[in-house]
Write a protein that binds this ligand. Structure first.
Ligand code: GLN
Length: 250
């Protein structure tokens, strides 16, 4: 089995070691004998719906976001088609913001978004920085926690009826007020959580891999063999405790 990953703007959107999420996908696939191919998708590259099982985009400073935003906006329809076709997506922070309608940045400039996620973002006066812990339910009746680190000026507002990724237990989340973090549309997930995110949230890495494999085989998410995640669970516990101790405090 093989998972084809499309890594959007790896040279522009990669802060807080966000690239590490790709390494986690690669390792957790390899430990199960699954091949993972990663192709960079940059400015001017086309998105061919169906060509990738999983799209990944990391975070970035306002300056880097502004450099790629017009190009990503042009890719919006094709990306939305890919998501409608069952491709999985993980979008982190600056990448998450630009999958919405727009991002009005700290300078007041409006960066166009891809319109894949039902949300928009406006930068505030202060940055929301610190450890964050959320609870989410990607499978009906199965509550899991996600722990990570957030650092953003953007306040993200979900459109009416949009599904957040999770409920904030500790930290700021989308806007520091709604009590929600991230956004989900089918197999497409957006979040403010860096770290990188996946080393300390192995279940989330597996959930995305399983969805991507489902796309690769043209069906439901594939059930993956469990891995021994002792270190990952310890990292999750430490990160969760840090969020409890100091998340959401300015
Ligand atoms: N530049 C955006 C903001 O400040 C995103 C930051 C990030 O990706 N960490 O909100």
């Amino acid at each position: 089995m093989r998972v084809r990953v499309g890594h959007l703007y790896p040279d522009y959107l990669n802060i807080y070691a966000d690239r590490g999420n790709i390494a986690v996908f690669e390792r957790r696939a390899a430990w199960r004998g699954i091949e993972l191919s990663v192709s960079a998708i940059g400015v001017g590259d086309a998105i061919e719906p169906g060509a990738h099982d999983l799209y990944y985009v990391g975070g970035g400073q306002d300056r880097e976001q502004a450099l790629i935003a017009p190009d990503l906006a042009e890719k919006g329809l094709a990306l939305a088609d890919a998501v409608a076709g069952g491709s999985a997506v993980l979008a982190v922070c600056g990448g998450y913001q630009l999958l919405g309608a727009f991002y009005r940045d700290v300078s007041g400039g409006e960066q166009p978004g891809a319109g894949v996620l039902p949300l928009y973002t406006v930068a505030g006066e202060t940055r929301m920085i610190g450890d964050c812990l959320i609870e989410c339910e990607l499978e009906p009746g199965v509550q899991r926690t996600v722990a990570g680190f957030e650092n953003h000026a953007g306040r993200t507002y979900l459109e009416e009826g949009a599904e957040p990724l999770g409920r904030v237990i500790a930290g700021f989340g989308n806007d520091g007020e709604s009590g929600f973090e991230g956004c989900r549309v089918g197999r497409a997930l957006g979040t403010y959580l860096h770290g990188p995110l996946l080393p300390r949230n192995p279940w989330l890495a597996d959930w995305l891999l399983a969805q991507a494999l489902g796309h690769a085989v043209g069906g439901e998410a594939v059930v993956l063999d469990p891995l021994e995640d002792r270190l990952e669970e310890q990292a999750h516990a430490v990160s969760s405790q840090r969020a409890h101790d100091r998340g959401g405090k300015t």
